[in-house]
Design a protein around this ligand. Structure first.
Ligand code: SGN
Ligand code: CA
Length: 516
């Protein structure tokens, strides 16, 4: 009798202790690509490609149609995501600086609250000091290389053999399978290099788009008139700034290109490749390059050819990212983790796929201001739902903390959109959004420094170093081709937007345009 009572008691104790340790806070898998335009995701109606796996997140979850970034450039976007603060507060306002890793970040707060945290892939916030707030991390050096990338780990650098997107996927899966403490909820930040310039596809995707003719954007031959001079000044035109014989377009493997520079460019790529990879590349490009030189297109015809090759390579890089998302989703489902895991897919910013004749990002125009965002949280997000509110990468930190029931620090500058995941928009949700780009006319691609405000319908931009303004009516002019700044018909709108701009600058404590 006594023995039975003891066994029962012991059983109850075990049961009770299980209840104590069970931690049902959701896991977070945050998948971020680099420069992935919403125009190249089928869940956003892409005319260019299919992304069946990214679409799975949209199908089972929520698609955001107006996720804006505060500063459309890589490192600053990442710093903003980690800290929940604008660039002027987190200090990382331009690429190639050193992120202050001692500051508060949401992974650190999750870690302190009992989450296990991991970061795998692109960091691009400087490597003089190691990332902090992660139980496990492994990052590309700088921008990272597509083929045989070097990765920095807590034990030092490791030279990998393989393709960046696939390596990041494999390492993420390995951590999920073997590196995790199953008793703890986790945060996994899986950061791809792709589809960033120079758009080097994986061996297995080199020919995916070889025979496809892509529709050209209507503004491929933009004349940059009726706006401030910033658009015309920028060096990011497919026509003149995209390199045909260099890594951009890979029309290089021809006997006639034997200058030192051509050879260096080629070797930079080819020397990183295995014999098999190199053969696959030659097989994919050589014949087409020959045809290109036979045709010898000039002027607009050349731009058209460049645009087609750009898309062919860019979308092939996207195909690997989409595969990676599929592998992650499959594993979450097979392992039973999916039910209690929030899956996020986004990019660090948007990208021009020929709109305004451009590649790259940086401007406050829609293509680079908006970044793709999909979130699936089983039991919370409604399958196939769409959100049209202005959310931002500055909101991510607070949203994740909120989802994990961790207190949100007062000094973060975004707002948790956790209620929106369940389909409820808070009544006081923002109606306007502040943007600020700092790298400026002397930086890469010569995009003038600017700040601005948008409410989704109108957009006011001030290129403050050259003191020129733009005002767009996005309803009448969705492609942002005709500024109505100074137009008497828009005087009231202009005044209201200007007031709002100043209100937001005060609220966000923007004291100076030059944070240095
Ligand atoms: C590199 C690219 C630029 C790109 C920046 C920043 N040039 O410098 O075209 O704008 O990265 O991109 S390249 O010749 O090296 O490819 S970011 O996404 O990392 O901000
Ligand atoms: Ca980027």
């Amino acid at each position: 009798m006594l023995r039975i009572a003891l066994i029962v008691l012991l059983g109850l104790k075990l049961f009770a202790s299980n209840i104590c340790v069970a931690d049902d806070r959701p896991n977070i898998v945050f998948i971020m690509s680099d420069d992935h335009a919403y125009q190249a995701i089928s869940a956003y109606g892409s005319k260019l490609n299919e992304t069946p796996n990214i679409d799975r997140i949209a199908k089972d979850g929520l698609r955001f149609d107006r996720c804006y970034v505060t500063n459309s450039i890589c490192g600053p976007s990442r710093a903003c995501i980690l800290t929940g603060k604008y660039s002027h507060k987190n200090g990382y306002y331009a690429n190639e600086k050193q992120f202050n890793v001692d500051q508060q970040t949401f992974p650190k707060l999750l870690q302190k609250a009992g989450y296990q945290t991991a970061l795998i892939g692109k960091w691009h916030l400087g490597t003089e000091r190691n990332p902090t707030g992660f139980d496990h991390w492994q990052i590309f050096q700088g921008q990272g290389q597509y083929y045989q990338p070097r990765m920095i780990t807590p034990l030092g650098p490791v030279e990998y053999v393989g393709y960046a997107t696939e390596l990041v996927t494999d390492q993420s899966l390995a951590w999920l399978k073997q590196g995790r403490d199953p008793q703890k909820p986790f945060l996994l930040m899986m950061h791809h290099k792709a589809p960033h310039r120079p758009w080097a596809p994986a061996q297995g995707h080199l020919k995916d788009f070889a025979d496809k003719e892509f529709p050209e954007p209507e503004t491929l031959f933009d004349d940059y008139k009726n706006r401030a001079s910033a658009a015309a000044r920028a060096d990011m035109r497919i026509s003149k700034d995209m390199v045909t014989t260099g890594p951009d377009l890979k029309a290089w493997d021809m006997p006639r290109f034997n200058s030192k520079k051509d050879t260096q460019d080629r070797n930079f790529f080819y020397n990183r490749m295995t014999v098999k990879q190199n053969k696959a590349w030659k097989d994919a490009y050589l014949k087409k390059n020959e045809a290109f030189y036979q045709d010898d297109p000039k002027g607009e015809a050349l731009t058209r050819w460049k645009y087609q090759r750009y898309m062919q390579d860019y979308l092939a890089c996207v195909a690997s990212v989409d595969e990676s998302v599929g592998a992650l989703l499959d594993y979450l489902e097979e392992s039973g983790l999916a039910d209690n895991t929030i899956v996020v897919y986004c990019s660090d910013q948007g990208m021009y796929l020929g709109e305004h004749g451009w590649f790259d990002k940086r401007f406050m125009y829609e293509e680079s201001l908006r970044t793709p965002l999909f979130i699936r949280w089983p039991g919370v997000t409604k399958a196939g739902s769409v959100n049209n509110e202005i959310v931002s990468n500055v909101d991510f930190a607070e949203t994740f903390l909120d989802a994990a029931s961790v207190e949100i620090p007062k000094d973060m500058q975004g707002k948790s959109f956790r209620p929106m995941l369940a389909g409820k928009t808070p009544e006081d949700w923002r109606k306007t959004f502040y943007y600020h780009y700092y790298e400026g006319i002397d930086g890469w691609h010569a995009v003038c420094e600017h700040y601005g405000v948008t409410d989704g319908r109108h957009k006011l931009i001030h290129y403050y170093r050259i003191d020129e303004w733009e005002l767009f009516d996005l309803e009448k002019d969705p492609q942002e081709l005709h500024s109505v700044y100074g137009d008497p018909d828009y005087a009231t709108v202009q005044k209201a937007m200007n007031d709002e701009l100043h209100r937001l600058r005060t609220e966000l404590d923007v004291k100076s345009n030059d944070p240095t």
